[in-house]
Design a protein around this ligand. Sequence first.
Ligand code: ZN
Length: 151
Amino acid sequence: MKIINNVVKLKSNSYIDFIDLTKDVEKFVLQSKIKNGQVLVYSTHTTLAICINESERGIFADFKDLLCKLIPKETYYRHNDLSIRTENLVCDPTASDCLNGHSHCTHFLMRNSEVVPIIDGKLMLGIWQRILAIELDCSRDRTVIIQTMGV
Ligand code: ZN
């Protein structure tokens, strides 16, 4: 069995930015020459989700509206309360991008990775399925691991 690791570096634009990774994943699967197996698409972040869904602007806007209602940015989060928070304070505590309690809460409800079967050298995505990275924080540099494994 072969295991091939690829790294995708990207920069998201804003909160709830949808980035379609499908072409990158297809390219790495093709390059791997693996005919049967699976590919893992994995976010190395706590505020960047990986989800398979349709790539369509209407559903993207609908989902953003839903998240803003479910998990509003402008409410109290202990993660943002620097008078009580003592852990993982690596960022500038006065910087607004440190105050991302809503981003972590959203990520808990979503997925950090997706796995897609490879059969006869092809990704087994349905006709409308796309592999999406979804930014849950502000614009950031991001890293996604794409691990292809099989024979
Ligand atoms: Zn945080």
